[in-house]
Design a protein. Structure first.
Length: 87
């Protein structure tokens, strides 16, 4: 599989560039979850990053992606149907 170096903004990975696997369309996943273990035996803390366009080119199209930290940390996935309520 192919990977792409992606910038992380905010949170514990602020300023780091990590290789992220891309899908068959050449885009990284919409959310990136990082579990951080706790020392006191509690379940790991989950940090969630959301994919946003990195740079915008001359034509207004995104050139690359970056991940921004989501402090709420709610991992949502799948389609958003109008008849389902979230939260």
């Amino acid at each position: 599989m192919r990977s792409e170096n992606t910038l992380f903004v905010g949170g514990p990975l602020d300023g780091r560039v990590l290789p992220v696997l891309v899908g068959p369309t050449g885009q990284p996943p919409k959310t990136y979850e990082i579990p951080v273990p706790n020392d006191d035996g509690r379940p790991p803390t989950l940090h969630v990053y959301r994919r946003v366009p990195g740079r915008v080119g001359r034509l207004g199209l995104p050139r690359g992606w970056k991940y921004e930290y989501d402090p709420e940390g709610i991992a949502t996935g799948g389609p958003k149907w109008p008849w389902t309520k979230r939260g």
